[in-house]
Write a protein that binds this ligand. Structure first.
Ligand SMILES: [Zn+2]
Length: 84
């Protein structure tokens, strides 16, 4: 049985990984546009990679979805534990 990742700060199991400086090959990206009535223009949360052949990146950061703290080290440790 696989164990979920647990945030060391708030014990939540959901996290988001943000990759910067990516070199992405063969990717499919999705960008969602939401009409902002007050601003009178479309807003976008940015493009999301749905699928890719390979992603090379310079830096990555993991954030807990619940408390938004940096959980990069905890996620790395979790992934190593899952692999081993
Ligand atoms: Zn948390």
């Amino acid at each position: 049985m696989a164990q979920p990742f647990t945030c060391p700060h708030c014990r939540a199991h959901d996290y988001t990984i943000i990759l910067t400086g990516c070199d992405v090959a063969g990717a499919t990206l999705q960008e969602q546009f939401t009409w902002d009535e007050a601003a009178g223009e479309y807003g976008s949360g940015g493009a999301v990679i749905l699928e890719s052949e390979s992603v090379e990146n310079e830096g990555g950061q993991a954030l807990c979805t619940a408390c938004e703290k940096d959980v990069s080290e905890a996620v790395s440790a979790y992934e190593e534990q899952q692999a081993g």
